[in-house]
Write a protein that binds this ligand. Sequence first.
Ligand code: UDP
Length: 350
Amino acid sequence: MKKTVLVSGGAGYIGSHVTVELIEAGYDVVVADNMSNCDMTCFEGVKKITGREDIPFVKMDFCDAAAVEDLFGRFKIDAVIHFAAFKAVGESVAKPVMYYKNNLGSFLNVLEAAQAHGGCNVLFSSSATVYGEAEKLPVTEQSPRLPATSPYGNTKQICEDILRDTVKATHAAGATGAINGIALRYFNPIGAHPSALIGELPRGVPNNLVPFITQTAIGKRECLSIFGNDYPTPDGTCLRDYIDVVDLAKAHVVAVARMLNGKMKADYEIFNVGTGRPVSVAELVNSFEKVNGVKLNYRFVDRRPGDVTAIWAETSLANEELGWKAERSVEQTLASAWAWEKHIAESNKK
Ligand code: UDP
């Protein structure tokens, strides 16, 4: 029997890539999204890539407990991958109540419904932001989580804790509706599907580096600001671990399989999902120019408040336990990001 995976927030950037990989791995997928931060472009792209017109899509808000309960009643869900959350750091500082309400509320509703329907395997999309400005690099899953510097980051930490506690309680003697949990801590997801049919679609001015680069290259933005060139790093710009979104999506597939096949070593597990390679902002910009043969207009400006100097992943746990490894080079990924930006420009002309 095919297993069914619910992807909450499945019409968004990472959710759409994960949906493709799940379907290609033979799972049935239910996509649910409130479309608050995306349109149907990526879901339509998912259907084209997979050749599947029949993927169930439910437009719903995960903050609506009755709707979540109803969803679990309509489908027999074997695993949930939870993406439905707000993700803009700056906005979270300005609107903390909105962030806590949405990001915690939606996750609590998922866990409540999952328990009520006899238990489930739950994969939570966490973030390397939980490590903050780490003292020791690369960070391992055992590295301390530092106090979050934004409400967004705090919601990631709190949701990890909610999942850990729920897993523990539901596995305790006598409890019903056991929840198994995996938190994947993403580093910096970038790039797009090689088909260029799905990718990141930021609304308004992008906060993240790669969409800002591609929009500058295509002429939507005049100039890329590189935030800080006086960091204590080899070239003075920040170091990050940029992970290809398709590689990242594949990590979800193996993590889900691990839960469904009873291969977990503990009822709650955490994995870093990165490449293990630090790349500076200046290096990334240079690689983008080189691999795509375009010149970028950029300048160095002041540091952006809240940015950490450097963060990259120790990936051996994911490599060994999940049998997963990032495969695409940063050059391939930057070429895919550019192909996607050009695809959007073409579609907008039509
Ligand atoms: N960055 C930049 N200009 C931009 C956006 C980002 O120089 O327009 C830098 C940012 O300071 C950080 C890196 O690019 O060092 C990655 O930032 P992003 O927002 O993509 O991800 P973060 O690491 O903050 O989650």
